[in-house]
Design a protein around this ligand. Structure first.
Ligand SMILES: Cc1cc2nc3c(=O)[nH]c(=O)nc-3n(C[C@H](O)[C@H](O)[C@H](O)COP(=O)(O)OP(=O)(O)OC[C@H]3O[C@@H](n4cnc5c(N)ncnc54)[C@H](O)[C@@H]3O)c2cc1C
Length: 397
């Protein structure tokens, strides 16, 4: 594919990992980002945690979480100087109430899951570096990353052209290529990948790609004598991180339909109540209600799965709906137009594996995901389901 060109719209983790996956194939990639640098929105928190939420049931979400977690860990290790922005410090999920305790008991009884360890309160405290009232599950391979540095490493390692201050407002077919436009310029390429989170559906051809902005706030505080020895990520309803660059992070809140960009006191209270439950000593050692906050929006889909893959042409599908058992190859695919978005609360472990999926589809290579799972991620799945084509939506590859 070395003579192909690609445009990636959006410089968060989805865009940066997609640009990297395509550039690795020898494709000439241009990344277009509306801000002056990468990772300014959801991917812009000072740290992100890296762990899969362990699930009792095996389903598409849990399979993607486990495979995505392993994929991101491998990817990080390929990047130069990764020790500067990636730390495998482990994560302890506390059994903070009866429901969580029984969920953890069920997980422990599933012998096939081997990568976590059950801890009592004393061992959890020893490993975490602070006194904890309950035990929980330790994931030793989990850790934290600095998302901005991760994004920069992805787009600066290979030869990727970056255009900042470029806000794409429209997209159109141009001969057998794609043209995307900002207010002043047009960019043309064989492949376009929309990695602009909740803004994907603002572009024509993508009106059916549903996701909702879900506001999240994290708060930060400087280490105190009570907190300075925290060694792992500690989770109850929220996560508490070790101090990274002189700040602990606690979060995140989850508020659909809230578009307030400012830090809210109610969210600070929610995060601080979670901190108090994890460690009353740390809570008492800081000025909890003055903790600085950062707000961003997740891009959340209805089924909690990302939107990743090639687009179908909505106009043709609606005008001439295919039969429920149509051959997927005969569907009105938009050649070269892809989406990588809808990563909800777990983009650091889902976006890179979805980027690889898109690179595989674009280069006609074997898929890195099971075909059924890859189908479940397709960005046109909600449209197919709306047209009564659920069976087809689950068998697109
Ligand atoms: C408070 C909070 C805490 C979180 N914590 C974690 C965590 O600990 N671990 C984890 O794995 N995940 C976490 N997440 C989720 C994770 O941050 C997201 O899933 C991930 O960052 C999404 O990446 P993205 O690239 O899809 O979106 P974004 O990072 O939002 O990137 C989209 C980019 O597209 C650009 N863009 C938009 N429209 C245009 C346009 N028209 N033209 C050009 N550019 C455009 C934007 O400027 C932006 O840079 C958290 C999310 C929040 C909100």
């Amino acid at each position: 594919m070395s003579n192909k060109t690609a445009i990636v719209i959006g410089g968060g983790i989805a865009g940066c990992s997609t640009a990297y996956a395509l550039a690795k194939l020898g494709i000439a990639v241009t990344l277009l980002e509306q801000h002056d640098q990468v990772a300014m929105e959801a991917s812009g928190n000072p740290i992100a945690t890296l762990y899969p939420k362990l699930s009792i049931k095996t389903n598409a979400q849990s399979t993607l979480a486990l495979q995505g977690f392993a994929f991101t860990l491998d990817l990080l290790k390929q990047l130069p100087n990764h020790a500067e922005f990636f730390n495998v410090c482990g994560q302890i999920q506390l059994a903070y109430d009866a429901r969580e305790q029984s969920r953890q008991n069920a997980l422990i009884s599933q012998q096939e899951v081997t990568f976590f360890q059950a801890l009592d309160a004393q061992s959890a405290s020893d490993i975490a570096g602070i006194a904890l009232k309950t035990g929980g599950l330790l994931l030793p391979q989990a850790g934290w990353i600095k998302p901005k540095a991760f994004c920069n490493a992805l787009v600066n390692t290979l030869n990727i052209t970056k255009n900042f201050y470029t806000c794409i407002i429209s997209i159109q077919e141009n001969a057998s290529q794609w043209q995307v436009n900002d207010e002043n310029s047009a960019f043309i390429a064989d492949i376009v990948v929309l990695c602009n989170a909740n803004q994907v559906q603002q572009l024509s051809l993508c009106k059916s790609v549903y996701s909702t902005p879900v506001r999240g706030q994290i708060n930060f505080f400087a280490p105190t004598t009570a907190s300075q020895h925290i060694k792992t990520i500690i989770c109850s309803t929220q996560y508490l991180s070790p101090a990274v660059d002189g700040l602990h992070s606690i979060g995140a809140t989850y508020a659909p339909h809230n578009l307030n960009p400012d830090s809210e006191t109610a969210d600070t209270l929610e995060n601080m109540r979670a901190l108090q439950k994890i460690s009353p000593e740390i809570f008492d050692s800081i000025q909890p209600y003055h903790a600085q906050g950062r707000v961003a929006w997740r891009s959340q889909t209805l089924d909690y799965l990302p939107l990743a893959g090639q687009m179908l042409d909505e106009k043709t599908l609606r005008a001439k709906p295919p039969r429920y058992n149509a051959n997927p190859a005969d569907l009105p695919w938009l050649d070269g137009l892809y989406v990588n978005a809808g990563h909800g609360s777990k983009g650091m472990i889902t976006a890179p594996i979805c980027a690889e999926l898109i690179a595989n589809v674009a280069s006609n290579s074997a898929l890195n995901l099971d075909k059924n799972l890859a189908s479940k991620l397709n960005p046109s799945r909600f449209l197919l389901k709306e047209l009564g084509l659920k069976q087809l939506a689950n068998a697109l590859y």
